[in-house]
Design a protein around this ligand. Structure first.
Ligand SMILES: [Zn+2]
Length: 276
């Protein structure tokens, strides 16, 4: 199921303003994870139900967080436009697809591009995690990312184009989204990419950082109690993929194995000497 079937982002542009934030439908998320788990009939060896829910929660949160990045970027431009004496309703105009009337922009082939990028942003957030941590958790990240890539083609329009924006492709997609926000086809592509990479639509764009963004779990009392048992530290789980299982022994095993593999590989010098 696409992330937006399990959660949604409520923008701060619309009243009641204090209700903005990320809403996670705990009952749907739980049901979705149980369905996947049962479908594999115990053959999903790498994941137990707790770890599967943690990964789905991390993915869904980051998808919705991307929608916050887009609203923050639009608001930044709105504030600047007031400074120039020409206030513009950047976000609302963008939501109304005003950019499609701009010559040279039109409808994007991966429309809605924001959904493709949100899926890709969630995918890329797993990759970022694997650059800063090692061990069993990261093996699961690779597996989970492979599952995501296989599931995208079954999702709706936009969502199913995420594959174009994973890895370095993200910057190009974010630059195209910036052109939609400012509703202009005359944005210099190199400058737009520079902005997309470093200023707007990077992690720094967010007005509220991940741990601080208002996040609500929605569901019946019974479902929320069950959810609490499976995900005892939700904030840490959706921001940094924490889960309480102790993986120290298997992490040590993986590190030892990596060292052994390094030792058993002939060095570059040795390979050069043996090459005729
Ligand atoms: Zn979405």
């Amino acid at each position: 199921m696409p992330a937006d079937a399990l959660a949604f982002y409520r923008p701060f542009h619309f009243s009641p303003y204090e209700e903005w934030g990320i809403y996670i439908m705990a009952d749907r998320l739980l049901h979705h994870c149980m369905m996947i788990y049962r479908a594999f009939a115990g053959k999903l060896y790498a994941f137990n139900l707790e770890t599967l829910i943690s990964y789905v929660l991390f993915e869904v949160f980051h998808h919705e967080f991307f929608h916050h990045l887009v609203e923050s970027a639009a608001t930044t431009i709105e504030i600047l436009s007031i400074g120039f004496g020409k206030p513009k309703a950047i976000y609302v105009d963008y939501l109304k697809d005003e950019y499609t009337h701009e010559t040279g922009l039109g409808e994007h082939p991966h429309n809605p591009l924001e959904e493709a990028l949100a899926n890709a942003y969630a995918y890329n957030s797993f990759s970022f995690l694997s650059r800063v941590k090692v061990g069993y958790r990261i093996l699961l990240v690779k597996l989970y990312q492979a599952m995501l890539q296989k599931s995208w083609p079954y999702e709706a329009s936009g969502y199913n184009s995420a594959i174009h924006y994973i890895g370095p492709g993200y910057v190009s997609g974010a630059a195209q989204l910036l052109a939609m926000l400012v509703c202009s086809h005359s944005l210099d592509p190199y400058s737009a990419r520079l902005l997309a990479k470093n200023v707007l639509l990077s992690g720094h764009t967010a007005f509220a950082q991940k741990p601080e963004i208002p996040t609500y779990f929605v569901g019946s009392v019974g479902v929320l109690a069950e959810f609490d048992k499976l995900v005892p530290a939700p904030n840490e789980t959706y921001t940094s993929l924490f889960w309480p299982g102790d993986t120290a022994a298997i992490d040590q095993y993986l590190q030892d194995r990596r060292q052994q593999e390094k030792k058993s590989k002939p060095s570059k010098e040795a390979r050069k000497r043996t090459t005729p």
